[in-house]
Design a protein. Structure first.
Length: 226
């Protein structure tokens, strides 16, 4: 029996049913909400058992961006945004707020399920290991990051990007290589998505953010150098 619980948030009952039917085939437990306010109520009541959120953007009462902001105040649970708008600026805005994936409607339910499974698989593959890089401590078991002993909240994608930079400390990584290894299956978006994530990670790392160096014309490198 699969103990994974997914919260589907969409004001269209037909869309919720479509997604639910495909996910149930994979034996996931499903919670549903038809608007943003209900979504937050359900999330707060079931926070400890919800493993992933599928969140529509355009909804009555409270839109998806507002819901995401509230969720990120209390949790780093993976969030996949569902939207009918596919503009690049919308994607960058979503990543700034802590979105882990961004899927534009209409989409293939099979592709959606594949992305859900990919995220959950990465979460479940973590082995307990704590590493320290210049007072940045990363714990793969709890997927936590500490800077100078203080826990820093990060989305799944931010965590994976930082972890990739740390694991390749001292190596200049091109944006293409980062996309292939962090957004590792079928992301075709603009590489500026990486720049947006790096900017946010640097801010969260505070004075340790200077360890992420910009390599002009190439990409980025993590290097502990005062």
């Amino acid at each position: 029996m699969n103990n994974t619980t997914i919260l589907i948030v969409d004001d269209e009952s037909r869309m919720r049913k479509l997604i639910k039917d495909f996910l149930i085939k994979k034996d996931y437990s499903i919670l549903e909400a038809e608007n943003g306010e209900t979504a937050l109520e359900i999330f707060e009541e079931n926070q400890n058992k919800i493993n992933l959120v599928l969140l529509d953007v355009m909804m009555p009462k409270l839109d998806g961006w507002s819901v995401l902001r509230r969720i990120r105040q209390i949790s780093n649970v993976p969030v996949i945004m569902l939207t009918a708008r596919g503009e690049e600026q919308d994607e960058l805005f979503g990543f700034e707020l802590g979105v882990d994936e961004y899927i534009t409607k209409p989409f293939s339910p099979k592709i959606l399920v594949a992305r859900v499974e990919a995220i959950l698989k990465r979460l479940n593959q973590n082995k307990e290991e704590i590493k320290n890089y210049g007072n940045i401590e990363i714990n793969s078991d709890g997927r936590t990051v500490k800077v100078d002993g203080k826990i820093i909240e990060m989305s799944l994608r931010e965590y994976e990007l930082l972890n990739y930079l740390l694991e390749n400390s001292g190596i200049a990584l091109s944006r293409e290589k980062i996309l292939n290894n962090v957004w590792n299956y079928d992301y075709y978006g603009d590489s500026r998505t990486i720049d947006s994530h790096i900017k946010k990670i640097r801010h969260k790392l505070g004075k340790r953010g200077k360890y992420i160096k910009t390599i002009r014309g190439i990409g980025y490198k993590f290097e502990v150098k005062e």
